[in-house]
Design a protein around this ligand. Structure first.
Ligand code: B1M
Length: 216
């Protein structure tokens, strides 16, 4: 198999043996770390999601694929382009209550951190109380919530309502991302509810663009 397809295949098969060698070869061939992540690794994760969704892959194998994905991203991280800027702003980032998916959130962390933002990454299954506590403690310029489950879209709405009732919305722009969300839901329905700014980020790069806009 060509190298790109081999890397996708490694994610689907959860095959870690020889992974680092293939990643080094891809870098040496002139592909950037982000191209490798976007074109090969995420393509593999997409197949995993489709197989799982069709009942053709069992959960433990999905978990193994996710672990190989994380190993690959960690191996590539030193190669990801970095700006010299620092202190461009602070964002508190979390996967919402009830949701364990964190690969996308951690990519957002890497992209923002490498572009000069301070990211307070709280991890997974975070209740809104914890997110707001951290936002206060770190004087965050924005809050980013990730969630991949359909029920996480409901949790996000409840979180925004809680932020309204605590009176913090006007000062706390919110970025939302994750596979179960749509732009129409976030920038239509949720924007109507939230008494501050709430925006949808399709991917980590849109998260960066939105953060840049917030800080302007
Ligand atoms: Co789960 N899972 N999973 N899973 N899983 C999905 C989400 C699912 C769509 C699979 C499917 O059925 N086809 C489905 C959800 C269905 C639904 O809600 N309607 C599902 C399910 C059902 C479940 C369980 C309930 C299964 C079970 O237990 N029976 C369970 C949930 C547990 C829980 O959360 N309470 C579960 C568990 C798991 C694993 C633990 C095995 C593993 C996660 C491991 C981990 O993250 N550490 C896992 C995985 C890997 C997936 C799929 C296959 C892949 C997700 C992924 O990492 N994608 C997923 C299928 C899919 O998404 N279609 C699936 C790659 C990642 C880079 O993409 O996170 O979307 P993503 O991030 C993108 C953008 O969305 C965006 O940027 C990234 C790209 O640049 N983005 C942001 C994300 N967050 C952002 C935040 C931002 C900005 C952009 O700003 C704040």
């Amino acid at each position: 198999l060509p190298l790109g397809e081999r890397l996708s295949r490694r994610i689907v098969d959860g095959e870690r043996h020889g992974l680092e060698g293939d990643l080094d070869e891809a870098i040496a061939s002139g592909r950037t770390a982000l191209e490798i992540i976007n074109d090969s690794l995420l393509a593999g994760m997409k197949v995993v999601g489709e197989l799982f969704g069709r009942g053709e892959m069992q959960l433990p194998f999905v978990l193994t694929s996710a672990e190989v994905m994380k190993t690959a991203v960690a191996h590539l991280e030193p190669h990801i382009e970095k700006t010299d800027d620092e202190g461009r702003g602070t964002i508190v980032l979390a996967t919402v209550k009830g949701d364990v998916h964190d690969i996308g959130k951690n990519l957002v962390d890497i992209i923002l951190t490498n572009n000069g933002y301070t990211v307070v990454n709280l991890g997974i299954k975070q209740p809104v109380s914890e997110i707001l506590r951290a936002a206060g403690e770190h004087r965050a310029d924005a809050v980013g919530m990730s969630g991949l489950l359909v029920k996480s879209t409901v949790v996000m709405r409840e979180n925004l309502e809680e932020m309204n009732s605590r009176g913090v919305a006007a000062d706390l722009p919110v970025l939302l991302g994750g596979a179960a969300l749509t732009r129409a839901y976030v920038e239509g329905d949720l924007a109507e509810i939230y008494r501050g700014e709430v925006r949808y980020a399709r991917d980590a790069f849109e998260g960066l663009r939105l953060m840049d806009a917030i800080m302007q």
